[in-house]
Design a protein around this ligand. Structure first.
Ligand code: SIN
Ligand code: FE2
Length: 216
């Protein structure tokens, strides 16, 4: 983390350290939120949201899609990154410039200069949807951070340590908040509590999360 870089560069809001290497940038994406949603519409025309199945055979409550050179997928055979969308049979939509720029600048402000994301997982949480504690560890290069952008309804983010048993912190994430974790926090367990019902001017009755990673 670079303390000098962290001061004053976020467009709005403050920053909260979650752990060494992990920070919440409050409101960092707020001014971009509507533009990001417009880009999302074009992505969904090609690769719509779908609820994937875990290797254990459970259908996830979170609906997902991807953009970028690689997309994260799960099915009965396992978790992996794939260049093709298994639903469309075509490459995932290109990562839009506003997505990439936001992720790169958030990583930079958090002390991870030179982030070059090639994968953006897009999650949609409807009321009741949740993501149980997990590590992001399907990426080849764990030196790159994870950048996670929240849009729409608020959620409770759980952020723990490198062991599943480490008690997670509970952090409320609002639309426009960005979380960056890397370095010593890269393999922290994290998740999202069941989404509370509500209605948001940007997204309606859901929360959208964009998670940028370097997969290859
Ligand atoms: C994730 O862990 O992939 C998503 C986290 C979030 O929705 O904030
Ligand atoms: Fe994750």
């Amino acid at each position: 983390m670079n303390g000098d870089l962290l001061s004053g560069l976020a467009p709005t809001g403050g920053r909260e350290l979650l752990a060494e290497g992990a920070v919440v940038l409050r409101g960092f994406a707020a001014s971009e939120a509507a533009a990001l949603m417009a880009e999302l519409d074009a992505i969904l025309d090609v690769s719509p949201f779908r609820r994937m199945v875990t290797p254990g055979g459970y259908q996830m409550s979170v609906a997902m899609t991807n953009c970028g050179a690689r997309g994260w997928v799960t099915d009965r055979t396992g978790y992996r990154y794939d260049a093709l969308d298994p639903v469309s049979g075509r490459p995932w939509p290109t990562m839009p410039a506003p997505f990439r720029c936001l992720a790169v600048s958030a990583a930079d402000v958090a002390g991870y200069a030179g982030f070059a994301p090639d994968a953006c997982l897009i999650n949609r949480y409807e009321p009741g949807a949740r993501l149980s504690l997990h590590q992001d560890r399907n990426e080849r290069d764990l030196a790159a951070p994870v950048v996670s952008v929240s849009l729409g309804l608020p959620a409770t983010f759980l952020f723990g340590g490198p062991q599943r048993r480490d008690r997670p912190r509970r952090v409320r994430l609002e639309s426009g908040d960005v979380v960056v974790w890397g370095g010593p926090a890269r393999l922290a367990f994290h998740g999202i509590e069941p989404l509370a019902d509500g209605d948001h001017a940007l997204t309606g009755r859901c929360r959208i999360n964009l998670t940028f990673r370097r997969a290859l």
